[in-house]
Design a protein. Structure first.
Length: 118
């Protein structure tokens, strides 16, 4: 069992930066790929980024590639999402997730709101 708690969301102006953190509880954190998803008002939840259990392999949605960076610290049971050059269209609730792949998520966090003003 893995429990996930996101933090770091907030209000930022366009062009600004935020860093999201996701703290995981449970002994098996390092076994899982860790992902970030987001859901904007009136839209379906969408994939943002994922990082493999070893922290080496990463994958990003085209809409955030070059602006967002995912990383993890298995010693701290924490995964991060550094978001730079934020745009109003990045406004959404951001969810941390743990699983075997982006299409096989086992656990979800409760989400943290990110609002980017123009």
């Amino acid at each position: 069992q893995v429990q996930l708690l996101e933090s770091g969301g907030g209000l930022v102006q366009a062009g600004g930066s935020l860093r999201l953190s996701c703290a995981a509880s449970g002994r098996t954190f390092s076994n899982y790929a860790m992902g970030w998803f987001r859901q904007a008002p009136g839209k379906e939840r969408e994939f943002v980024s994922i990082i493999a259990w070893n922290g080496i392999n990463t994958h990003y949605a085209e809409s955030v590639k070059g602006r967002f960076t995912v990383s993890r610290d298995n010693a701290k049971n924490t995964v991060y999402l550094q978001m730079n050059s934020l745009k109003p269209e990045d406004t959404a609730v951001y969810y941390c997730a743990a699983g075997w792949s982006a299409s096989s998520i086992q656990y979800w966090g409760q989400g943290t709101q990110v609002t980017v003003s123009s």
